[in-house]
Design a protein around this ligand. Structure first.
Ligand code: RUB
Length: 321
C-alpha cells in the first residue's frame, strides 16, 4: 500500500519540495521491497519496476525523483535471488535518504558562508536547502532579515514564513509581484531547485525567473541551493525538463471559470532561470558556477555521455520509459 499512498501524497502535494519527494520515493521503494513476498528475482524486479513507474508518474519536473529511483533500483538486474535484490534496494534506499539529509546539512554550511552579517535575503517558494543556508547563517549569529514571497497559487510562502518565524528570523512577507519594488533592499537572493540542466539553467517554482531578472537588473547576487541529485543527467542528450502544468482550479475557482467561457487559465508550476542570471549553485560538494553543471552530472552522478549511450542508446530519452 505504501507506494500508491506515497504516489497520491506527491500528486496532491501533501509531500512536496524536490528533496522531500526524493526521500519519500526512496522510502516507499524500500518498504515496498521489504513487504514483497519472496519470489524469483525476475518477478521481484518486475514488481519493483511497476512500483517505480507509479512513483515516476506523479510529478514530472523534480529531477530528484527519477534520480532517486535510479539510485535505489541500480543493480537490481544483477541480483541472483529475490533476497539479494530486496536487501540491495533497502540498503541503497537507506543510503540515499541518509546522504540526502547530510547533503542538505552540508549545503547549509557552505551556503551560510555566502551570507554576510547585516544581509537582507530574498527567497521564493519553500526550499529546505535554501532555508537551511539562511537558518545556519542566523545560528552563526549573523544579523539577517528575509523577504519571503507568497508563492501563488499554492502559497508555499506560508510554510517558509512559519519556518523562519520559528527560527526567530525577522521576515517580511510580500506578494510575488512586489519583488521588484523591494529588490533594492535585498543583498542576496537564495532559492532552491527542482532541476539543474547541463547548461546550468535552474528549474524552480514559477516566478523564480522573474525574481532572477529583477535581481540581475538591480545587480543583486542570486545563489541556488541544490543537492547534486537535482542535476538532470538526460539533459546531456538534449532532453528538456518537462514543466508541470497543474489544474486551472488552483488559480481560478471552477464556479468563476464556468462564467468566463473565453478565458483559459494557464498554470505552469515551474519556470527556467538561465545560467547567466545565477552567480553560484551551492551543492553538498561545494559551490560551483552554473556553467560547471556537466561536471556534477559526470563526476558525482556518474552519467557521462558515454555511459548514457551504453545504458540506453540515443533513442530512449523520456523519463517515463
Ligand atoms: C517546490 C520548489 C522548491 C524546490 C526545492 O515546488 O520549487 O523550491 O523543490 O526545494 P513544489 P527543496 O512546492 O511545487 O513542490 O530544497 O526543499 O528540495
Amino acid at each position: 500500500m505504501i507506494v500508491p499512498e506515497t504516489a497520491d501524497k506527491i500528486k496532491s502535494m501533501e509531500i512536496r519540495g524536490a528533496g522531500r519527494i526524493a526521500r519519500a520515493v526512496a522510502e516507499a521503494l524500500r518498504d515496498h521491497a521489504l513487504a514483497l513476498p519472496a519470489r524469483d528475482p525476475g518477478a521481484f524486479r518486475q514488481e519493483m519496476e511497476r512500483a517505480a513507474a507509479m512513483l515516476l508518474a506523479t510529478r514530472p519536473t523534480a529531477v530528484s525523483l527519477p534520480n532517486a529511483v535510479h539510485i535505489v533500483m541500480a543493480g537490481l538486474d544483477r541480483a541472483t535471488t529475490a533476497e539479494e535484490a530486496r536487501a540491495g534496494v533497502a540498503r541503497r534506499a537507506d543510503e540515499f535518504i541518509r546522504s540526502s539529509q547530510h547533503a542538505v546539512e552540508q549545503i547549509a554550511q557552505f551556503g551560510a558562508s555566502h551570507i554576510r552579517d547585516g544581509d537582507t535575503i530574498l527567497t521564493h517558494c519553500n526550499s529546505e536547502a535554501a532555508l537551511g543556508c539562511i537558518i545556519e547563517a542566523h545560528r552563526q549569529g549573523k544579523e539577517i532579515e528575509v523577504f519571503a514571497t507568497e508563492v501563488r497559487p499554492r502559497n508555499q510562502g506560508l510554510i517558509t514564513i512559519r519556518t523562519l518565524n520559528e527560527a526567530g528570523i525577522k521576515t517580511h512577507f510580500i506578494v510575488d509581484s512586489a519583488v521588484r519594488s523591494f529588490i533594492h533592499d535585498i543583498d542576496l537572493v537564495i532559492v532552491g531547485a527542482d532541476a539543474v540542466t547541463v547548461n546550468g539553467a535552474v528549474v524552480n517554482k514559477i516566478g523564480t525567473a522573474q525574481v532572477a531578472h529583477s535581481a540581475r537588473e538591480a545587480r543583486v547576487n542570486m545563489i541556488v541551493a541544490a543537492e547534486t541529485y537535482k542535476f538532470a543527467p538526460r539533459t546531456i542528450l538534449g532532453e528538456l525538463v518537462r514543466i508541470e502544468e497543474r489544474a486551472a482550479s488552483e488559480v481560478l475557482p471552477d464556479e468563476i471559470a464556468r462564467t468566463l467561457p473565453y478565458v483559459t487559465v494557464r498554470n505552469p508550476a515551474f519556470d527556467v532561470t538561465p545560467a547567466g542570471y545565477i552567480d553560484l549553485i551551492v551543492t553538498e560538494k561545494g559551490a560551483i558556477p552554473p556553467q560547471m553543471a556537466y561536471v556534477i552530472i559526470r563526476d558525482y552522478l556518474g552519467w557521462g555521455i558515454d555511459e548514457f549511450h551504453l545504458a540506453f542508446g540515443p533513442a530512449t530519452l523520456n523519463w517515463e520509459e
